[in-house]
Design a protein around this ligand. Sequence first.
Ligand code: NAI
Ligand code: MG
Length: 508
Amino acid sequence: MSTDSESQDPAERKSAIVTRHEQAAEEVLPGHRELFIGGEWVSSASGETFETTDPTTGETLAEVQAGGEADVDRAVEAAWNAYEGTYSGLSTAERQAMLESIADTVDEYSEEFARLESLDNGKPISEARIDMALVADHFRYFAGIARAHEGRTVETDDSRHVQTLREPYGVVGQIIPWNFPLLMAAWKLGPALAAGNTVVLKPAEETPLTVLKLMELTEDVIPDGVVNVVTGFGPEAGAPLAEHPDIRKLAFTGSTEIGREVMKGAADNITDLTLELGGKSPLVVFPDADLERAVETTITAIFFNTGECCCAGSRLFVHEDVKDDFLDELAAAAEELTVDDPLLEATDLGPKVTAEQVERTMSYIEEAEQAGAAFVTGGSQPDDEALSDGCFVAPTLIEDIDHDSRAVQEEIFGPVQEVFTWSDYDEMIELANDVDYGLAAGVLTEDLTKAHQAVRDIEAGNVWVNTYNDFPAGQPFGGYKQSGMGRETAQEAVEHYTQTKTANISLR
Ligand code: NAI
Ligand code: MG
């Protein structure tokens, strides 16, 4: 592992990081950090606030409102007023124009958004820029879809005319996580608004700032009450939204554990629901894979966004014929990665989002070590005094670990990959599928037949071949098994935000 500026004194680097972050915060923090309800910036009913921290420095970034049930009630009411008063009267062309304006705003301020995301979440600035390009592109994609989603006519006989209408639900609730804060908001707001719904959105308590900034910058673009944002904690602000009787559709991204809770909340009101949950995705290296490309893809699969990806390729299956060479190259590439201040251009891995997340990741690593697993590389927090106040974990590759162990079966959500060797294809597939999750997978081979076969055999909603973490708008994304239900980032998402009404008109 190398750092951006090894030659400098660690104490000097540390104070340079703090100065850089304080200055960036001054430049990019949103002016408003209140709740955004009915087009107004308001305090929480309880008057309570909480702090969001910069995981690189451990310092407080901003104080935001801790929303609760009363605030969720207000937001749901404002969303219904906006739905009935203005939004349901907008033409599809007007909805399209609004979504395009949101995309233009994200593009115009993309560098500010990227720096803010990097401060709040800890993601490297180079990756935050990728997020922002995707945010704008997803809003644009759904702007297009706003004009293209249609009902159909059903042929029976000449005695009737049967037709379907795709109608919005009215008010939808959206609960999003901290790993791609603004991108997850775009994935959810885009289709909901395209389909004609109004929204109450709860950002993750760890990373509320970019969504607030988006609301601030689009105040003149989005009619009042069409998007309402209630910041706050899961049990206080998320649960009342999930359980709200006036919410007609819910969308949640986060842990499988909380997904289950949200589903129970939705059950009381039979609220329609889509869930995008955790993963423990397999990445399979065939003996004929292009070695250099396979190493590069593996690095992206597990270390992109510091491993904080629901679809991270966290279980690596390498064919025994190439294992030694492959692992040597992979370990060397992992050790080349720059772990440093995420605001520096050269940084590959920033901190994890919170100290709690570091603890969680380290507990899996320690448990694996105690059970006799070996580290190909990493296995600790980086030994760099300049980063000692931040939430950093070194890129880690683990081998000799039992596939039934907790560290393999559960989502670690950090820069940690477990390595397995295979020789028999069927046995490998059985192991690859031997987890509760089924979100994504990767296949590395030059052989088209093998690739197609593996795509069919792996239980996952998304299988990448000779690539990974590629998210063009229009490609459906979502999970099999306990990774969730429903599909996002595509036409399917708009369908999830509409309900079908059938009109049967007698012609007799
Ligand atoms: P989480 O599932 O608790 O948080 C996700 C969102 O749900 C946040 O907005 C949170 O405030 C909200 N929430 C929490 N409790 C709620 C409740 N009772 N009702 C309604 N909403 C609630 O995830 P957390 O605690 O941040 O991370 C724990 C683990 O979850 C991670 O280590 C990771 O394994 C997994 N995770 C998976 C994500 C994914 O993209 N699939 C994203 C974030 C976390
Ligand atoms: Mg934060």
